[in-house]
Ligand binder design. Structure first.
Ligand SMILES: NC(=O)c1ccc[n+]([C@@H]2O[C@H](COP(=O)([O-])OP(=O)(O)OC[C@H]3O[C@@H](n4cnc5c(N)ncnc54)[C@H](O)[C@@H]3O)[C@@H](O)[C@H]2O)c1
Length: 420
């Protein structure tokens, strides 16, 4: 019997820039100074969708500074927020497996939101799913296609919601473009660029080139958008990668020798309906773009179909500011709006960073109440773990192509996608 919607208990995994805006080197200097996840969950608690909150990191001694940062920048800025949360591990402990203790304290039907280094997404997500916990995991969902396939299976078996936090699907421009692309017939060509300034090599020093690469970090966004647009139109069949290098590994950045600067994936796509139509996609990402470019993330793409094309420059949205001391900058108010409402409350409920988390909370509550099934969200075209498998297939194939200097095939084997 379908019941009423209960408020969701949520554990945040990761305590860093995206969750709180607090990083290893103090408050973030990026466009996410007060984070996204905790702020959104505090607001969803104020609005009656979320109940208990928890946060798990590795080093418990960071929590006093994090709580102070949240008090000063969120509690003192927006009215009526309850900032309470349970913290793991304890303040005097360092424990990379504290997530297990924190997840063990949850009950089936509760949820976790994972914003941790790329290589930790899979172990945390699978641990949670196997205990009946709903999961929202940031991109790249996993680094290996085999891990992505395992999450699809586990989520199905345990009947939980598992979404990948591909917030760009809720960007009003991208979701409009996806609908219009459908009217352009067969796919022919896609070209995307996403880059951040070289200074990010300092910010990402702990993992750049060691734990993950710039393609996983940035191209994941546009690869997912392209896969989403093409989901009923074409399938990827082959990936060849090329990487520029030499800037990250030189002064003053001195990243580990295997760090690439700019990675390009060249992907062949085969039409689903027409054996004679093929398309090509080129996805490029860089973390050695110029400093002082006026935007933190340059991001644009071009789509050409049989009957027309689409051009999107998401970095320059016709809205720029100039300040005497910092010069010109292009800003993006559609993602997170941090300025309070007339009444002094948080006012960013229409930002696509917020919507992405709210959609997951709504889905988990609805499933808990028996009002929907996790598979319903696959049919709705949301970024579920099942609907995002080709994004991981392409990223993983790109990494193999770079490491083994060869093209990598993608094909369907029974009900799974595999790499050749
Ligand atoms: N910052 C962004 O703008 C952004 C946007 C979208 C997605 N992401 C994704 O978020 C992830 C990183 O999060 P971030 O940007 O907040 O980075 P961050 O480095 O600021 O924070 C990472 C956090 O993960 C924690 N952590 C590391 N290992 C852990 C473990 N075993 N258990 C629990 N916590 C652990 C660290 O303590 C830290 O608090 C990456 O996968 C990245 O692709 C980041």
């Amino acid at each position: 019997m379908a019941g009423t919607l209960k408020n969701l208990n949520v554990l945040m995994c990761g305590t860093g820039e995206y969750t709180t805006g607090w990083t290893g080197s103090g408050a973030s200097k990026s466009d996410k100074k007060i984070g996204v996840v905790a702020l959104t969950l505090f607001d969803l608690r104020r609005l009656g969708k979320v109940d208990q909150l928890g946060m798990v990191g590795v080093n418990g001694s960071k929590f006093p500074a994090i709580r102070q940062h949240l008090d000063e920048n969120i509690g003192n800025v927006y009215k009526d927020f309850d900032l309470s949360f349970d913290a793991f591990p304890d303040e005097n402990k360092v424990d990379p497996e504290a997530y297990k203790e924190a997840i063990d304290k949850l009950a089936a039907g509760d949820a976790v939101i994972i914003f941790t280094p790329d290589s930790t997404h899979y172990p945390i997500a699978i641990y949670a799913i196997e205990r009946g916990i709903h999961v929202l995991v940031t991109k790249p969902a996993t680094q290996l296609l085999s891990h992505h396939n395992a999450l699809i299976e586990a989520a199905k078996k345990h009947n939980v919601v598992c979404f990948v936090e591909h917030h760009k699907r809720y960007d009003p421009v991208y979701s409009d473009a996806k609908a219009r692309a459908k009217t352009l017939g067969e796919f022919n060509f896609f070209n995307s660029w996403m880059s951040q300034p070289k200074s990010q090599l300092e910010t990402f020093r702990a993992w750049a080139g060691k734990d993950s690469d710039i393609s996983y970090y940035l191209s994941s966004h546009h690869i997912d958008i392209c896969c989403w647009i093409l989901q009923d139109i074409a399938v990827p069949t082959r990936v060849v990668a090329s990487a520029a290098a030499g800037i990250a590994t030189s002064e003053p950045y001195n990243c580990v020798p295997q760090t690439e600067d700019t990675i390009t994936l060249l992907v062949d796509w085969q039409s689903i309906k027409s054996s004679k139509h093929r398309g090509t996609a080129v996805y490029t990402a860089s973390w050695t773009a110029p400093l002082k470019a006026g935007v933190h993330t340059l991001q644009h793409w071009y789509y050409m179909g049989e009957k027309g094309d689409i051009n999107i420059d998401q970095a320059h949205r016709g809205y720029d500011l100039t300040f005497d001391d910092t010069g010109k900058s292009w800003v993006n108010p559609f993602y997170m709006k941090y300025s309070p409402s007339e009444s002094g409350h948080f006012d960013g409920q229409r930002g696509y960073g917020y919507i992405s988390i709210e959609k997951f909370v709504d889905a988990a509550r609805s499933v808990n109440a028996g009002l929907s099934q996790p598979s319903d969200y696959d049919a709705h075209g949301l970024p579920t773990i099942a609907n995002t498998v080709l994004t991981t297939a392409i990223l993983n194939a790109g990494r193999i192509s770079l490491d083994e200097k060869r093209p990598v095939g993608i094909k369907r084997d029974g009900d799974q996608w595999i790499l050749e």
